[in-house]
Design a protein around this ligand. Structure first.
Ligand code: ATP
Ligand code: MG
Ligand code: FE
Length: 337
C-alpha cells in the first residue's frame, strides 16, 4: 500500500510517500524559515505564496526519491486542518487536482493526528496509548483506544508550549523559531529564577503557559528598569524547567490513571533535549509503559507523518470528495465513530 501525503498547514511545504503505513520511501520538506525569520514569525501571505511556488516541485521530488509514478500510488492523503487557511488551501487543492487527474482516493488528515502518527514510523503502536502533543499551536494529552480514534483528555487553555518558547525567545532577542535556541541556552544556565507552574484544578490534565510567559517577560522588564541584568541562560533554564516539570508530572499521572501500554511524544517541542531527557528519566521508573519519541526530523512538520496517519484513515475507509475544503479549526475527534 503506497500513500502519498501532502502537508502545507504552516511554513513547511512537505510531500512524502509511505509504504504499508510504516516505511518511508520519500520524505521531502521545503522549509520557509529563512523567509519568515526577519518578521519574527510566520507571515500567512508569504507562507501561501511559497507553498504555491514549491508544491509541484516537492511532489515531483518525492516521486523521484521513491522511484515511483502516480499509477503505483494507492491514495493521496492531505492535511485538511488545523493551520493557516491560506496555507492549507494550497495542499488541499494540489491533493484534489492529483486525486482527480489520476483517479485516486483522497484521504483527509488532521495535522495533530499526523504528529501522533510520526511515532508509527518508529515502532508499531500498542493500544491503549497516550500521546503527549507539544507543538507550536497545540499542547494536549490524547488517549487512543485503537487506530484512528482520538480522545483529548487535557489541553492548553491559552498558549501552546511551542508558542511560549517562541515568545520567550523573542523577549530574549533570539531569532524565530525560538524553541531550539532556548533549549540550547537552557543547557548553559542554572534554573535559579523562581517562575510559576500552572497546575490548575486538582486532577485536571489541562495546561496553561501564558502566566509563565508573562512572568518571564516581567522578570526581564523589571530587571531592565532597575538597571540590572539577568543572565539569559539562567532565565532560559528556569523557563524550561517550569515547562518540563508541568508537562512531565501531568503526563506521568495520566499514564498511571489510564494504564496505557505506550506513551508517544509528538510535535515540534518533542525535539526539546531537556524534555526528552526528563521523560526518559521519569519513565525509566515505569517499565509497564513504553516511551516512544520520534527522531527530531519527524517531530517538526513533515509529510511522512501525514502519510502515516493517512494510511490508517485510508484503511478505516475515510475518504474526502473533490469538495474537500481547508478547515483551520478542525477537531481531532471528528473522525471517531
Ligand atoms: P501545530 O502542529 O500545533 O499546528 P506547528 O506545526 O507550527 O504547530 P510544529 O512544527 O509541530 O508546530 O513545532 C514547531 C514548534 O516547535 C515551534 O514553536 C518551535 O519553537 C518548537 N520547537 C522546535 N524545536 C524545539 C526545541 N528543541 N525546544 C523547544 N521547542 C522547540
Ligand atoms: Mg513549522
Ligand atoms: Fe505541526
Amino acid at each position: 500500500l503506497w500513500i502519498l501525503g501532502i502537508e502545507t498547514s504552516c511554513d513547511e511545504t512537505a510531500v512524502a510517500i509511505i509504504k504499508n503505513g510504516r516505511e518511508i520511501a520519500a520524505n521531502v520538506v521545503a522549509s520557509q524559515i529563512e523567509s519568515h525569520k526577519r518578521f519574527g514569525g510566520v507571515v500567512p501571505e508569504i507562507a501561501s505564496r511559497h507553498h504555491v511556488e514549491q508544491i509541484t516541485i516537492v511532489i515531483e521530488e518525492a516521486l523521484r526519491q521513491a522511484n515511483l509514478t502516480f499509477s503505483e500510488i494507492d491514495a493521496i492523503a492531505v492535511t485538511e486542518g488545523p493551520g493557516l487557511v491560506g496555507a492549507l488551501l494550497i495542499g488541499v487543492n494540489a491533493a484534489k487536482a492529483l486525486a482527480f487527474a489520476h483517479n485516486k482516493p483522497l484521504v483527509p488528515v488532521h495535522h495533530i493526528a499526523g504528529h501522533i502518527y510520526a511515532n508509527r514510523l518508529v515502532t508499531e503502536l500498542k493500544f491503549p496509548l497516550l500521546a503527549l502533543v507539544v507543538s507550536g499551536g497545540h499542547t494536549e494529552i490524547v488517549y487512543m483506544k485503537e487506530h484512528g480514534h482520538f480522545e483529548v483528555i487535557g489541553e492548553t487553555r491559552d498558549d501552546a508550549a511551542g508558542e511560549a518558547y517562541d515568545k520567550v525567545a523573542r523577549t530574549l532577542n533570539m531569532p524565530y523559531p525560538g524553541g531550539p535556541h532556548i533549549d540550547r541556552l537552557a543547557h548553559e544556565g542554572k534554573p535559579t529564577i523562581d517562575l510559576p507552574r500552572a497546575w490548575l484544578e486538582e486532577g485536571s490534565y489541562d495546561f496553561s503557559f501564558s502566566g509563565l510567559k508573562s512572568a518571564v517577560i516581567n522578570t526581564v522588564h523589571n530587571a531592565e528598569q532597575r538597571g540590572e541584568t539577568i543572565a539569559p541562560e539562567d532565565l532560559a533554564a528556569s523557563f524550561q524547567e517550569s515547562v518540563i516539570e508541568v508537562l512531565v508530572k501531568k503526563t506521568e499521572r495520566a499514564v498511571s490513571e489510564y494504564k496505557v501500554k505506550q506513551l508517544l511524544v509528538a510535535g515540534g517541542v518533542a525535539a526539546n533535549k531537556g524534555l526528552r531527557k526528563a521523560l526518559e528519566q521519569t519513565f525509566s521508573k515505569h517499565p509497564e509503559v513504553e516511551l516512544v519519541i520520534p527522531p527530531l526530523s519527524l517531530c517538526t512538520d513533515n509529510a511522512a507523518m501525514i502519510a502515516a496517519a493517512g494510511s490508517v484513515m485510508f484503511e478505516k475507509g475515510i475518504r474526502a470528495g473533490l469538495n474537500l475544503n481547508a478547515n483551520p479549526g478542525l477537531n481531532i475527534e471528528l473522525y471517531n465513530e
